[in-house]
Design a protein around this ligand. Structure first.
Ligand SMILES: [Zn+2]
Ligand SMILES: [Zn+2]
Length: 327
């Protein structure tokens, strides 16, 4: 069976793996349908993600069809599933509290464990999340990246009319625009890239767009930081109203905190890392089942995996929204 293989940063190839060990009783084998390329895949590819290991089979946004199951597995052959790509122990204090996303045993496939950009993969059945029949493959492949935003937006109290700044218009930013729109928020998307802003405005005409230089202080109930840039993080603190909340999803290394504003205005900053298995995945599926939850603009292009070089090139360029590999 073939798959992508990242021997070292920027050394990507299509390789034949001879993996035919029999399945363990708790495992399922999937025929991969789609693999989504994400910002962290680019980080791994470029050698810019601190916790990445090499060599690694890349890919963590995986949609597949079950083709074989171990004897203890209760999933039917033929069922479509998405992979929850972050392992957890299930027994530590955090896991018991449902916070599998901060399990100290966490490993992330495609980053520090082998991933899923392969024709077939084997996963523990607890990480295979069933996809309802009515969800198309194109919506189902968004379950994992949307779960990140489901988790983040649940940390802020967003209802009809809440003013929300979404800082950064990459894929996660767009998904945040989609979900906050669905929740009825008054949205302002912020990005340094004017073309990206115009594009978002075209897709979601009801939102406002602003260049970071145009944004006034104390303007929003909530700011979602998805740019991962120090200046964006610092701007989030400046632009929320007194009593406001910042949800930090991006990962700039450090930032300077205006403590006086934070204290005097009771500003809340909440970190949000991936999602909790499996509630956030299930919530993500529920949103995607809603017909008027509009996510069509998220995917730029679907390319056959044989064109992986072009796919990675496009993803690295930053000029596209999500690129999907078709297996
Ligand atoms: Zn991802
Ligand atoms: Zn744990």
């Amino acid at each position: 069976m073939n798959g992508l293989y990242l021997e070292a940063p920027e050394k990507l190839s299509w390789k034949d793996f001879h993996l035919d060990d029999p399945l363990e009783e708790n495992e399922v084998k999937l025929k991969v349908i789609y693999g989504g390329i994400c910002g962290s895949d680019i980080g791994v590819y470029k050698g810019k993600l601190a916790h990445a290991v090499y060599p690694v089979i890349p890919g963590h946004e995986i949609l597949g069809e079950v083709i074989e199951v171990g004897k203890d597995v209760n999933i039917a052959v033929g069922q479509r599933v998405v992979v929850q790509p972050n392992s957890y122990c299930g027994t530590c204090e955090n896991c018991v509290a449902g916070k599998t996303n901060i399990c100290p045993e966490k490993k992330s496939i495609g980053i520090n464990a082998h991933g899923g950009f392969m024709e077939e993969i084997v996963v523990d059945a607890k990480y295979a999340i069933a996809v309802p029949k009515s969800l198309t493959n194109e919506r189902a492949i968004l379950i994992e990246p949307l779960s990140v935003i489901v988790h983040a937006l649940a940390k802020a109290d967003i209802t009809k009319g809440t003013s929300v700044a979404i800082v950064g218009c990459g894929t996660e930013g767009l998904l945040a625009v989609a979900l906050a729109s669905f929740l009825g928020a008054e949205i302002t998307a912020i990005d340094i890239n004017i073309e990206k802003l115009d594009e978002v405005k075209k897709q979601y005409p009801k939102i406002h767009i602003q260049h970071p230089n145009e944004v006034s202080a104390d303007s929003f109930d909530i700011a979602i930081e998805v740019a991962g840039v120090t200046s964006s993080f610092e701007q989030c603190i400046d632009i929320v109203k007194p009593g406001g909340t910042i949800v930090a999803v991006g990962l700039p290394k450090t930032a300077e905190l205006p403590v006086v504003k934070l204290v005097r205005e009771e500003i809340t900053i909440k970190g949000s890392i991936i999602y909790n298995a499996v509630e956030d995945f299930n919530q993500s599926i529920q949103y995607l089942l809603e017909e008027d939850f509009y996510v069509e603009p998220i995917i730029s292009e679907i390319l056959p995996v044989t064109q992986y070089e072009e796919a990675y090139e496009k993803a690295v360029s930053g000029k596209y929204r999500k690129i999907i590999l078709k297996f």
